[in-house]
Every structure is written in C-alpha cells, then in structure tokens.
Design a protein around this ligand. Structure first.
Ligand SMILES: [Zn+2]
Length: 107
C-alpha cells in the first residue's frame, strides 16, 4: 500500500546533508513515492551537450537531484514547522493527512 506522505507542491524542509534546514516545494515524486525532487534543493552540476539543430548551447547547468523522502520533513502551513504526518479517513473512505503538531488537515 502506498503511503503518499509527500506529494507534489508540498512544502518540505531538508533534515540532512548540505542543504539541511532549507525549505522548498516538491516538484516531482519518483520511484514508487520513495524519492522526490525539491525546487532549488540538492543542486548538482550537470553537463549539457549543445545541439546545433535546436540552437541549444552546451555547458554546465545547475539542476535538482532527486533525494529520498526520509531526508525531508513536511512543513505544515498552519504551524509553519516541520512536522510528522498522521492519516485519518473520511466517512466515504478518503484518506486525509493531518499535522501531528497542530492537528490541522493538510489536504
Ligand atoms: Zn501544523
């Protein structure tokens, strides 16, 4: 069963590594929901080949590298702190996420 703890457009804080403490928005979720790409976080230099047909010039570009979801914590909009997520179910069976700190719904 998928956990779906972190989703696209969620705000997350990095808890480990060189970008520790940075807050960014999730751009994409990859590899069975285990890895995420966060806007402007975990930047790596990437060599890009030029393409004379499309007029693209080659060189080095900064690009976000995917990181494991265990390295980030979701930032709650209500209490603006990195938090743990709890799950609850509505009467019609939908799964909703809530902030374990302030108990606000996140969905
Ligand atoms: Zn909260």
């Amino acid at each position: 069963m998928r956990k779906n703890k972190i989703r696209v457009n969620d705000k997350v804080m990095v808890m480990t590594g060189k970008d520790r403490g940075k807050v960014g928005t999730v751009k994409s979720v990859l590899y069975k929901d285990e890895n995420i790409v966060v806007d402007q976080v975990n930047m790596v230099k990437r060599h890009v080949k030029g393409n004379p047909y499309t007029g693209k010039s080659g060189g080095i570009q900064d690009k976000e590298a995917p990181m494991h979801i265990s390295n980030v914590a979701l930032v709650c909009d209500s209490c603006t702190k990195p938090t743990r997520i709890g799950f609850t179910y509505t009467e019609d069976g939908r799964k909703l996420r809530f902030c374990k700190k302030c108990h606000e719904m996140l969905d």
